[in-house]
Write a protein that binds this ligand. Structure first.
Ligand SMILES: Cc1cc2nc3c(=O)[nH]c(=O)nc-3n(C[C@H](O)[C@H](O)[C@H](O)COP(=O)(O)O)c2cc1C
Length: 317
């Protein structure tokens, strides 16, 4: 219904817009989630985020064993609202983490997993058999840790083997998180879809570096890190638009989202939901309800009753 027509309708004809959205088999009350790696791994914090308007929380990426990550400095802020981080995927390991969330009752938790071979992912998924999990997100895109993340995502044959194995070991929806590596990321998307993936998250951080002019050395201990926040938004948006133009697969947009307008842009480009991370640093967790409110007002103004009615509209000629 167009905007002019909608604004002329008597009040009792106007529908109350709903934020409920479906990412394939994953149904969410609200379309804005916490991205992986932000705000730690505590169930208390996840509860607080959910009560503050997040539709779901994605955990820190977990590995088969606990990882320490890199020494400091691991994060650096860049002009224009961005961060370069090389935390090094520090995490307590899947088994320890699974125990920490066994008491979860109502928070939609998406468990992010990182590994090198199919067996890594299969064994981690088994650890969560007593937990209430909404989905697993496979991190195929971390740009700064060797032998996992992008090094896996850049190999479509390995991606196929991992996803095929994972899909036979659980009925819980599986999301592949892709990013920009050395090969065409669309080959990874293609391999994931061929192997039966349920949804795609696009994108992770973008490989980057910062240099201190006085010491004349890279600032981060790992030298390279991943760029996140506002500077990557147009790139992430381009990826969502490209994937949704080429494939019929549910998409979760991620990269540089900090306002309701950003979230709506990603929905119009083809995402059914979005994730945000860096924006928490500047707007704290109020950002979830601010964005939810903004999306609802936009839907009222434009006459949409469901998120689904807006998904991919920007592709219409
Ligand atoms: C400090 C930090 C840690 C991160 N850790 C992970 C991680 O463990 N797994 C993952 O898939 N992505 C990780 N990310 C990437 C985010 O989930 C997200 O894809 C990226 O930051 C882009 O979103 P944003 O611009 O809203 O921050 C991390 C990002 C930051 C800033």
């Amino acid at each position: 219904m167009n905007q002019l027509l909608y604004s002329k309708l008597p009040i009792f004809f106007k529908v109350n817009p709903s934020l409920i959205t479906s990412v394939g088999k994953i149904c969410l009350d609200r379309p804005v989630m916490l991205a992986s790696g932000i705000l730690g791994i505590s169930l208390d914090v996840f509860n607080r985020l959910y009560r503050s308007g997040a539709g779901a929380v994605v955990t820190k990426s977990l590995s088969t064993e606990p990882w320490d990550g890199y020494p400091n400095p691991t994060i650096f802020s860049v002009d224009g609202g961005g961060w370069i981080n090389a935390v090094g995927l520090s995490n307590p390991g899947a088994q320890n983490f699974a125990k920490m969330i066994e008491s979860n009752v109502d928070v939609p938790i998406i468990v992010s997993l990182v590994g090198s071979i199919p067996e890594d992912f299969e064994s981690m998924i088994m650890q969560f058999k007593n937990c209430k999990i909404t989905a697993f997100e496979l991190n195929l895109s971390c740009p700064h840790v060797a032998k996992v993340g992008l090094e896996v995502g850049d190999d479509p044959e390995l991606v196929k083997k991992i996803i095929s194995a994972v899909k036979t070991s659980t009925n819980i929806p599986i999301i592949a998180k892709v990013g920009l590596g050395t090969s065409n990321y669309l080959n990874t998307v293609n391999a994931a879809i061929d192997s039966g993936i349920d949804a795609i998250t696009a994108i992770n951080t973008v490989r980057a570096i910062a240099i201190d002019v006085e010491t004349q050395r890279p600032i981060l201990s790992n030298k390279f890190g991943g760029l996140s926040g506002t500077p990557i938004k147009p790139i992430a948006l381009r990826c969502v638009y490209e994937i949704s133009s080429k494939y019929d697969i549910p998409i979760i947009g991620c990269g540089g989202i900090s306002t309701w307008e950003d979230a709506v842009e990603f929905i119009l480009a083809g995402s059914s939901a979005v994730q945000l991370g860096s924006a928490i640093g500047s707007n704290w967790i109020h950002v979830f309800n601010d964005i939810n409110h903004g999306i609802l007002e936009y839907m009222k103004r434009k006459g949409y009753s469901k998120i689904d009615e807006m998904v991919g509209l920007a592709k219409k000629s």
